[in-house]
Unconditional design. Structure first.
Length: 684
């Protein structure tokens, strides 16, 4: 009997219990165990019905995703598992707690009945892995809830709470929390007593036709750009409508097979594990204490300070919000309330909840109010002298053991820490704008930052629903540092006369929802000109009142619907600045040249971050680019993408670019090394 399997009999009910932490993933061993458990009980005359359940935090959370990197899928495969469950001579009940996802939900659909506790969820997240439900889910689900609803659920990838699933007819019975097993056993006894035949989802007719599919496709239109899986999911649902069950299954498996070997799915699976790896810091073990963060101070109620504050409020952590002037404080508070009221207007929270969150803010005009907080996050103007002054004051005000964090995005954290007598308590918490929306948090480790401070902040990121990426101290840390090349090179090409639309199109084709020029206008040209010395292109735009989307004009002109059009005034500003800088015109660059010029230096800079230990691992850089700059997830991020083109190709490309455009493209030593050895950036 396999280690993960326990079989027992309660009355006349056979229990198949699986224990394979952390999430009972349906690995080869687990699939074999379930099949074995079903075989044992089907062979036992004392058993009238079978209940499948899992120990630990959840029912099967799907296939073991790591196994998809080692194809072919070993026997017994998913079809063998589903067929065993579905063809069981005795009724089979799935007892669901936690998250029955992917193959776990498919197994439940292959059972005759599903019992769940209200806290449970069911769903198909495969689309997030560049896959589709490949174990019968696309054929069985539409038979239970109809074609349109099934396609909607599978394309959304979102889990559905058990109560909703019961309304939809997916879950047959809701058990009381904590009473899942006994309820499932009683239910199994009932159905056994009622006698055969017991319902099989496969025998039901598919409700709804191809017309429903068109409507749902339209609803998820944006999802289809660049992603391979959504189109395959639609084809699988079309097969469910047009083909008999068995043929539909075979069509599903063909489509699944195509996705499984696709570059997109490999990239998205890489990102799945990469996101779960960022919080692991090699020299910080589980023995390092995590400090309690019960009260937070935020300095600065501007755009960043306000967004940062909202993260803590939503996590139920009270915030003392500090500003220098009353009107700035009032403005900051009003913006936070407006944001929440907008969310309430969309029905995503009640006004009572808005008031509750707002009541967690203590607005003050003095740093002295921060004497008893556990953490301070400073989000003031990006000026080193101002930040050092504030940290010097905090050193005299904050209690011992309080964490002092700066939201600086470019400045030297060690220099800021040197303004205190406790640099070991100083850390960077670099949020991305809008701070209450963007999921990335760069945790900047200073030369003296203590281990418990890092451990605490990395954990805290999860509490405020951010993904932490650890970064060393350098200009721009990880995300800004690597992406700066894309911004600089796009401006350079603009000055060489390359059409704005072409530059943006090349990045749209690569997968960015927004091209670099349009992104500059969204960020705001005045934000980007900050700190620059001498005459700059951005400065000329700002001087002409063209600060980007917020002024309805930047590189592009914008109408009321934010639709971008080309501008003669912008073209003149660009032309004048190009003349001023004496940049040689080179308007006819090929799209491939533009793509390499924008992307290769980003990968190259990522390699330097690895060489310098600024980033712990290549996959962290991928997560930072994807969550901080919306780098297209189906490429896996810059470093994973770098591996798909290969270090040798990257090296040659960089050398060619260096020859034409200079040292910004000088290959990093790591690129040279990997090109020589045939190595990869991402090693998992
Ligand atoms: N396979 C392998 N490892 C998994 C895993 C999985 N399906 N799910 C989680 N892990 C690991 C994860 O890497 C981490 O490891 C630990 O478990 C805890 O996860 C045939 C094709 C279930 C909601 O996509 O969404 O079925 O870092 O930190 O926040 O049609 O994990 O500790 O070493 O995320 O509590 C479909 C993926 C697969 C679900 C729990 N299933 N998992 O969240 O913990 S494809 C999924 C999740 C499939 C079939 C198809 C979440 C969770 P480590 P965690 P969590």
């Amino acid at each position: 009997m396999s280690e993960v399997l326990t079989t027992r009999v309660a009355g006349n009910i056979g229990i198949v219990e699986i224990a394979s932490p952390p999430v009972n993933a349906l690995s080869t061993a687990v699939r074999a165990a379930v099949i074995e458990g079903l075989r044992v009980h089907n062979a036992d005359d004392a058993v009238a019905a079978i209940v499948i359940l899992c120990a630990g935090r959840t029912f099967f959370a799907g296939a073991d995703i790591a196994e998809f990197d080692h194809l072919p899928i070993k026997q017994p495969d998913f079809d063998a598992l589903m067929t065993t469950a579905e063809s069981s001579p005795k009724p089979v009940v799935a007892a669901i707690h936690g998250t029955a996802l992917g193959g776990g939900f498919e197994l439940a659909l292959a059972c005759n009945y599903r019992v769940a506790v209200p806290s449970a969820k069911v769903g198909f997240p495969e689309v997030h892995l560049g896959l589709l439900p490949g174990a019968g889910g696309t054929q069985r689900l539409p038979r239970l809830i109809g074609t349109g609803a099934a396609l909607d659920l599978i394309l959304s990838g979102k889990p559905v709470p058990a109560a909703k699933a019961a309304e939809m007819g997916v879950v047959d019975l809701l058990a009381e929390e904590g009473k899942l097993e006994e309820t499932a056993i009683a239910f199994a006894q009932d159905v056994a007593a009622k006698g055969a035949p017991w319902p099989k989802v496969r025998d039901r007719a598919v409700a709804g036709g191809l017309d429903e599919i068109e409507a749902i496709k339209a609803k998820h239109k944006r999802q289809f750009k660049g992603f391979k899986a959504p189109g395959h999911i639609v084809q699988a649902l079309e097969a469910a409508v047009t083909l008999p069950f068995e043929e539909g299954l075979r069509r599903e498996q063909e489509l699944f097979g195509e996705l499984l070997i696709s570059r997109e799915s490999a990239a998205q699976r890489h990102v799945f594990f990469a996101q779960r790896l960022t919080a692991k810091v090699p020299d910080i073990g589980k023995d390092v204490p995590i400090l309690p963060i019960r009260k937070v101070g935020v300095i600065g109620a501007g755009t960043m300070g306000g967004g940062i504050t909202m993260n803590f409020l939503q996590a139920g952590v009270p915030v003392t919000l500090v500003e220098m002037k009353q009107e700035a404080l009032d403005r900051g508070i009003a913006t936070i309330r407006k944001n929440y009221e907008r969310t309430a207007a969309k029905g995503r929270m009640t006004m009572e909840q808005v008031d509750k969150l707002m009541s967690l803010i203590d607005p003050v005009l003095s740093l002295d109010a921060l004497a008893d907080v556990d953490l301070v996050v400073e989000a003031v103007f990006e000026e080193i002298s101002i930040k050092k002054d504030i940290f010097g004051q905090l050193d005299g005000i904050c209690r011992e053991g309080a964490i002092l964090a700066s939201n600086t995005s470019f400045l030297d954290l060690d220099d800021i820490a040197s303004a205190t007598s406790r640099p070991e308590w100083v850390v960077g918490m670099h949020f991305f704008s809008p701070a209450n929306v963007m999921p990335l948090l760069e945790v900047v480790r200073g030369a003296k930052t203590g281990k418990e401070v890092i451990a605490t902040v990395m954990k805290l990121a999860g509490t405020i629903r951010k993904t932490p990426v650890l970064a060393g101290v350098c200009h721009g840390f990880i995300a800004n540092r690597i992406m700066e090349h894309l911004i600089v090179q796009s401006q350079q090409m603009v000055l060489e006369g390359v059409p704005l639309r072409t530059i943006d199109k090349v990045m749209n084709d690569y997968g960015f929802a927004m091209g670099p020029i349009a992104m500059l206008d969204l960020i705001g040209l005045d934000v980007l000109v900050h700190g620059a010395s001498g005459r700059t292109l951005m400065g000329d735009f700002v001087a002409a009142g063209r600060r980007g989307q917020k002024t309805g004009k930047g590189f592009y002109d914008y109408d009321a619907d934010r639709k971008a059009t080309l501008s003669d005034e912008a073209a003149k500003i660009i032309g004048d600045f190009a003349t001023y800088t004496g940049i040689a015109p080179d308007p006819g660059q090929s799209e491939e040249n533009i793509r390499q010029r924008l992307l290769y230096p980003v990968v190259n800079e990522g390699a330097k971050c690895l060489e310098e230990g600024i980033a712990l691992r290549a996959s962290d850089i991928d997560v930072a680019a994807i969550l901080g700059y919306n780098w297209p997830v189906f490429t896996g991020g810059p470093m994973f993408w770098g591996d798909t083109i290969g270090a040798a190709t990257l090296l040659q490309g960089l050398k060619d670019l260096e020859g034409r455009y200079g040292s910004a493209f000088t290959p990093a030593a790591l690129v040279q090394k990997l090109a020589t050895e045939g190595g990869r950036f991402v090693n998992r």
